[in-house]
Ligand binder design. Structure first.
Ligand SMILES: Nc1ncnc2c1ncn2[C@@H]1O[C@H](COP(=O)(O)OP(=O)(O)OP(=O)(O)O)[C@@H](O)[C@H]1O
Length: 303
């Protein structure tokens, strides 16, 4: 369990994390989603005791990270996969980490094989590792102490589609054992596919949270027809908001049955009718991303 309680982190006048509260529960994969610079890494660094909170608190397994009795074996972290000494081999890096946390040496081989690094790859120096290999090694490091909680910052970065598929299975299995997984990503699709619960953050604040299913459901209906202009007009007359070009698909804030009935009355032939899954979430995320990409968030980072 990870409990984030009114967490705020300021750098000078700039607020990187602004009064954030949420819980990542055991048995659940929780996705921490937000565009670049949203505050995900900062919040995770506070959770892991790498930087102090300005106010509020993060508790893991009921205690602050620094008050945990054996944090390295209770919490597995992947915060910066490229922060390793590049002159070491993968096996050396993992062996040193095992010694530091008191994990048996046998665990090194087990974890290398679990993350799919071959004996040959494990003997290469990290400077010759691809980003995907570094991520795999980082995940091996996070799992080394057989922790109850995993905190992973952008674990899918650099992984190919097969690697991403593998990682999803790994995290699912970990959560199914009743353990807690919190992972961050700047990709909506990635979080949708991986997480049971989503915490969406933008400009340091939570903008949406809930189960992935809830957040993706109930976003209206997408409809295509042989006369979009007439259908759009009939739907608006019936009191529904309609977006999209008349010549293409329309998105309507009504369920499929209502759209079908309005089309029947207007005598318009439908060619497609389906739930607008995630359209609202995607729209919200695009707005966040667009605002941040253009630097229009009204806040400037302190140097
Ligand atoms: N040490 C620091 N001093 C000043 N500002 C900082 C510092 N660390 C982070 N920030 C700022 O805090 C904001 C949040 O950064 P953070 O790295 O947490 O975002 P993020 O959501 O993890 O983004 P990304 O997906 O790009 O990693 C950014 O505007 C960043 O510039």
């Amino acid at each position: 369990m990870i409990e984030i309680d009114h967490l705020t982190k300021r750098y000078g006048a700039f607020t990187a994390v602004d009064d954030v509260s949420f819980t990542a529960r055991p048995g659940v994969v929780t996705g921490f989603l937000g565009p670049n610079g949203a505050g995900k890494s900062t919040a995770m660094r506070v959770m892991c005791g790498l930087t102090p909170a300005s106010s509020g608190e993060a508790r893991i397994l009921g205690a602050r990270y620094r008050d945990l009795t054996n944090p390295a074996s209770q919490v597995g972290t992947l915060l910066d996969a490229s922060a390793q000494h590049v002159g070491r081999t993968g096996r050396e890096a993992l062996t040193l980490a095992a010694i530091a946390i008191g994990a048996p040496r046998s665990r090194v081989d087990e974890m290398l094989s679990l993350v799919g690094l071959t004996p040959d790859e494990s003997r290469r120096r990290l400077r010759n590792y691809s980003l995907g290999m570094r991520q795999r090694l980082g995940i091996a490091g996070a799992l080394l102490g057989d922790p109850q909680v995993l905190i992973l910052d952008e674990p899918a970065n650099g992984l190919d589609p097969q690697g991403i598929h593998w990682m999803r299975g790994l995290l699912r299995g970990f959560a199914d054992q009743g353990r807690t997984v919190l992972l961050s990503s700047h990709l909506l699709h990635e979080v949708e596919q991986t997480a049971d619960e989503i915490i969406m953050i933008g400009r340091g604040r939570i903008v949406a949270q809930g189960s992935t299913r809830e957040l993706l459901a109930g976003q209206g209906t997408v409809v295509a027809s042989l006369d979009g202009a007439r259908l759009a007009e009939a739907l608006r007359r019936d009191g529904h908001a309609v977006t999209g070009a008349a010549g293409g698909e329309l998105t309507v804030d009504a369920d499929a049955e209502t759209v079908g009935r309005v089309a029947l009355e207007a005598q318009v032939v439908l060619t497609a009718l389906r739930p607008a899954q995630g359209a609202g979430l995607e729209q919200m995320f695009l707005e966040l991303t667009a605002g941040d990409a253009r630097g229009t968030n009204g806040q400037e980072a302190a140097a």
